[in-house]
Design a protein around this ligand. Structure first.
Ligand SMILES: Nc1nc2c(ncn2[C@@H]2O[C@H](COP(=O)(O)OP(=O)(O)OP(=O)(O)O)[C@@H](O)[C@H]2O)c(=O)[nH]1
Ligand SMILES: [Mg+2]
Length: 366
């Protein structure tokens, strides 16, 4: 099934939602549901979250691509070079851009596309294709269904580790799981309290020791407590120091060792948090962390704060680590499981909606 057919399926229920909005409006008189309630419900839709969170990227990307198509009307080498520039400026990553445009060149030739406007859909399709190509990388989060799951969260200072842990705790608690947090960042002043605030907000226990104590000791306590209390998911905060690779490597391997004393197959996930607004620097951090520990997935935060959302493609394609979660805002439910389809929808929503509308109209007229 082609990409746009998949989106058609996605958008059709949305059209029904529009209808239900009319119904909602009708019911308003009866005082059954308020506009606020409807908006709240609308905002809970996941596609909508991606659309909202990627607004900055979408605006920049769509404006630039539209400008490009207005300037270059025929598909030629000048057009491809200008397209490469647009993609690189969106942080898609040099190698990924080259791969993408090479394939677009071939596809244009194969399908005999000469008008740049007719290449729009193909650009979107190729982006998803490149993303999904390396399918051995599962985006699925390794959560045990019947025993303790330990999630270790690592990353440099300020990328959003603690915030993401709070949001993750909220997510799993919402799913009915018993969640516990471990305050493993004993290094930065205030870090333990910051995690405690999240624990209180979400309503989950935080295992902590005093500032400056050994993070491995905190983890050991936490895993034991989690096991004893029958916790489902234990999420561990860590300090984000990369200034000294040797130290970091020692610290992380010590933490892993003590966790494994209690749960041999743990940690089930070692999530590296990267800040999308730092662009290519995020890739450099990921490479450095890959050298010191086994990273099982990426949490890409602050996508809502950048117009360069193309970084997701670069991460997957150039690092070979799956993006498992994305941060799309500062609210508790703004951390979402990553989906290539929702992501690309967020990047091109207006264009996709238009194209799907056209297709639906054609169907209606047929
Ligand atoms: N807009 C936005 N802000 C975010 C997101 N994730 C985190 N932040 C903000 O980023 C800032 C840093 O987040 P923290 O969670 O404290 O980062 P950290 O990695 O734990 O930092 P250290 O403990 O200092 O290493 C906070 O102001 C968060 O609100 C996101 O997805 N979107
Ligand atoms: Mg922190």
């Amino acid at each position: 099934m082609g990409l746009f057919d998949r989106f058609k399926k996605k958008v059709q229920p949305k059209k029904q939602e529009d209808k239900s909005k009319q119904k909602v409006d009708a019911e308003l008189d009866d005082g059954l549901i308020s506009i606020e309630e409807f908006e709240e419900w609308e905002q809970e839709q996941i596609g909508y979250k991606f659309k909202q969170g990627l607004e900055k990227s979408r605006e920049k990307f769509q404006n630039e691509i539209n400008a490009l198509m207005a300037k270059y009307r025929t598909v030629d080498e000048d057009f491809f070079e200008a397209l490469e520039e647009v993609l690189i400026s969106a942080d898609v990553g040099f190698n990924t851009v080259m791969e993408l445009t090479d394939e677009l060149r071939k596809e244009a030739q194969l399908k005999n596309i000469t008008d740049t406007k007719d290449l729009k859909e193909t650009i979107v399709e190729k982006m998803i294709e490149i993303y999904e190509r390396n399918d051995s990388l599962s985006e699925e989060v390794n959560i045990q269904s019947d025993s303790l799951t330990v999630v270790l969260v690592v990353g440099v200072n300020g990328v959003g580790k603690t915030t993401s842990i709070g949001k993750l705790a909220h997510k799993y608690k919402q799913e009915g799981k018993q969640v516990m947090l471990a305050a493993g960042d004993t290094f930065r002043a205030g870090a333990i309290n910051q995690l405690q605030v999240w624990g209180d907000r979400v309503g989950v226990d935080v295992i902590r020791q005093s500032e400056g104590s050994d993070p491995a000791a905190v983890m050991y306590d936490a895993v034991n407590a989690a096991k004893k209390r029958g916790t489902d998911v234990l999420i561990c905060d860590t300090a984000g120091r990369l200034q000294n690779k040797g130290n970091l490597m020692n610290e992380l391997s010590k933490i892993k060792k003590v966790i494994q004393k209690v749960v041999p197959e743990a940690p089930h996930e070692a999530l590296l948090v990267l800040d999308a607004t730092t662009g290519q620097n995020a890739l450099t951090q990921a490479k450095a962390f890959k050298e010191v520990t086994d990273v099982t997935g990426i949490v890409l935060t602050k996508l809502d704060g950048t117009a360069k959302g193309g970084i997701v493609l670069a991460i997957k394609n150039e690092l070979g680590i799956p993006v498992k979660f994305v941060g799309l805002g500062e609210q508790m439910d703004d951390l979402q499981e990553f989906s290539a389809e929702n992501y690309v929808y967020g990047l091109f929503a207006d264009m996709i909606d238009d194209s799907v509308d056209e297709a639906l109209e054609d169907e209606d007229n047929a």
